[in-house]
Design a protein around this ligand. Structure first.
Ligand code: N7H
Length: 549
């Protein structure tokens, strides 16, 4: 049986059913087969593979590039392909639990284009019809605005980037991903071979891999990543319960209209796919009109941001250790306050004083918390084999004493907190779909690392998709991570924040210590941009019919 046929049949065990539709909830768009075959699979639902490869190409000859794209188009992995895989995988996990023996394997490929590439392949008018100003300008031109180092001698200055700088910006980005590293190598070989015969110059390539056990799923500082994602509203068919993102809350729980899984907020698809119903910023549940500021062939495409972020692991942990010493905390606790989660992924809001690996491993509990009010237990549908969420619920932390306002996850997603924008529903229109993966060999957990290992490059290939770059990725970075007073007072985001003021890159944290706030200056930097680009992942139909026509 092929994945396609299975997709029509595999619904989440015991969750599909007549009670799956919620009274009073607005109807969500149905993505029939034609739409699912058009949307690239890394946008929705996301490849989520342990091994990925990023290939940055420059077009040599427009005609040759078009011929290559015509060859490539049938090989682009669709939402239908990837969703079928995810559903079968989920079904196996329900049966086998965590011991699921890795029975399924797949290899996926997606492609995206810069503004300059669209100009070359279609024309200037088409390229300029994209309403997102940041996309039109490109990442290098926006770098200063993002707070990246302004001095040309700084490692993070665009003139020194490995790709995406003023002289080495890529036209086309190919993302290949696989469960099996050998399968990935085969796919990359094929892509490179085809590109070479069609005069595409490979400017840069980056392999990314999940870190080896016991760090699988963690990033280089040692923290579990990929826990919190928005859920895209929408259905695969009109059948009751056939949602893209399975709904785990009981209809009797009023939050079932707002969350797919506990803590996983539902967002209308137009926040990620052009031309689809967007999120109403004044109402947590209602849709708003689709955007129309793009060429008509680009409907159901998504903007893609890629940032190659180098991480200096010793600098991060040195700061954590010295600050922790001043505050009477363990370095691990202090570092968890910078992130908002313990290394295991357990949220501080539910594990305020010590890590809780069991909570971290509980996918129905590890994202279930809000910041400003007490969190009520979630009413869950019966989930086979799941005994229920028994960890203590989060208590209101308006002042940020448990999870500080500078914590990366509180900056990037303030959840129920009122922000500088006003109400929590405004936060919904800022969400992004994160699809990154680490690169380089780990240092975390290595005792007495050899100097050569310390000196190697490592970091995060940060990748995100959204319906705008300016109002989503750039907004999160510039307005919240880089600001010491937004979305709330408390200091900079020490993870994602960048700050440039005439060469002074010092950031600070206002640490909520007992009695008074302690201001901690951050002199060193541990996340340095070293390359990337702004791209557009078009609907698959447009690759052959428009870009390669
Ligand atoms: Fe972040 N980190 O290790 O600390 N991130 N991030 N990020 N990030 C998150 O909740 C990290 C970066 C977001 O919904 C976790 O899945 C690192 C940029 C958002 O609660 C961890 C880097 C931007 C979330 C990290 C980095 C974001 C998030 C917790 C750079 C966008 C979800 C795991 C090297 C502007 C927040 C999780 C939510 C979570 C880390 C960069 C955004 C551990 C090391 C540039 C939206």
């Amino acid at each position: 049986m092929t994945g396609r046929k299975l997709l029509d049949h595999v619904l989440l065990p015991s969750l599909a059913g007549e009670d799956a539709e919620l009274a009073g909830a607005p109807p969500e768009p149905v993505y029939e087969r034609e739409a699912r075959d058009d949307i690239q699979g890394n946008v929705i639902p996301g490849f989520n593979k342990d091994h990925q490869h990023y290939l940055f190409f420059r077009i040599g000859s427009t005609q040759a590039a078009k011929a290559w794209l015509r060859d490539m188009a049938p090989a682009i992995s669709t939402m239908d392909d990837v969703l079928a895989f995810v559903r079968i995988h989920r079904s196996l996990r329900h049966r086998f639990g965590e011991s699921e023996p890795g029975l399924l394997k797949a290899t996926w490929v997606n492609v995206a284009f810069s503004h300059a590439a669209i100009e070359k392949l279609v024309d200037k008018t088409a390229a300029n019809a994209f309403g997102d100003r940041s996309f039109r300008q490109g990442l290098a031109a926006r770098s200063a605005y993002l707070g990246d180092p302004a001095g040309p001698d700084s490692a993070g200055h665009p003139s020194r980037w490995v790709v995406g700088g003023p002289d080495n910006a890529a036209d086309i980005l190919v993302i290949a991903a696989a469960d099996d590293p050998d399968d990935l190598l085969d796919a990359v070989r094929l892509v490179k071979g085809g590109a070479q015969t069609h005069e595409l110059e490979l400017l840069f390539e980056q392999r990314g891999d999940t870190l080896p056990e016991p760090l699988r799923g963690h990033e280089h500082f040692g923290f579990k990543d990929g826990i919190s994602q928005p859920a895209v509203r929408g259905k695969v068919s009109a059948a009751p319960g056939d949602y893209i993102a399975p709904r785990y809350l009981q209809p009797a729980d009023s939050r079932a209209r707002m969350f797919a899984k506990p803590g996983q907020v539902l967002v209308w698809p137009g926040q990620f796919l052009l031309g689809e119903p967007r999120q109403d910023p004044d109402d947590l549940i209602a849709p708003a009109a689709p955007a129309a500021n793009f060429p008509s062939w680009a409907r159901r495409g998504a903007y893609l941001v890629v940032r190659r972020l180098r991480q200096d692991v010793p600098a991060f942990w040195d700061f954590a250790a010295s600050s922790a010493g001043k505050l009477g905390l363990t370095p691990e606790h202090f570092a968890a306050m910078l992130v908002g989660r313990w290394p295991s992924g357990a949220p501080l809001m539910r594990a305020p004083t010590a890590d809780d690996p069991a909570l971290a491993g509980d996918t129905w509990a590890n994202n279930h918390f809000i910041f400003d009010d007490d969190t009520r237990p979630a009413g869950l549908r019966p989930i086979p084999g799941y005994p229920g969420d028994s960890a203590p619920q989060a208590a209101a932390d308006v002042l940020g004493k448990v999870c500080p306002h500078f914590a990366h996850i509180r900056k990037a997603n303030p959840r129920d907190s009122a922000t500088d924008l006003g109400k929590p529903s405004d936060t919904l229109i800022r969400h992004i779909l994160r699809r990154g993966i680490p690169f380089g060999r780990p240092l975390a957990g290595v005792t007495d690392p050899a100097p050569e290992l310390v000196a190697e490059e490592r970091g995060l290939m940060f990748v995100s998709y959204a319906g705008t770059i300016e109002d989503q990725f750039e907004f999160l970075t510039r307005r919240w991570a880089n600001s010491p007073v937004q979305p709330n007072l408390g200091g900079h985001d020490a993870i994602a924040g960048q700050r440039e003021r005439q060469g002074d890159r010092t950031r600070f944290l206002d640490f909520p210590a007992a009695g008074a706030t302690v201001r901690l200056q951050i002199e060193r930097e541990w996340v340095t941009p070293t390359g990337g680009g702004y791209f557009f992942a078009p609907p698959i139909g447009a690759i052959a019919e428009v870009l390669a026509a």
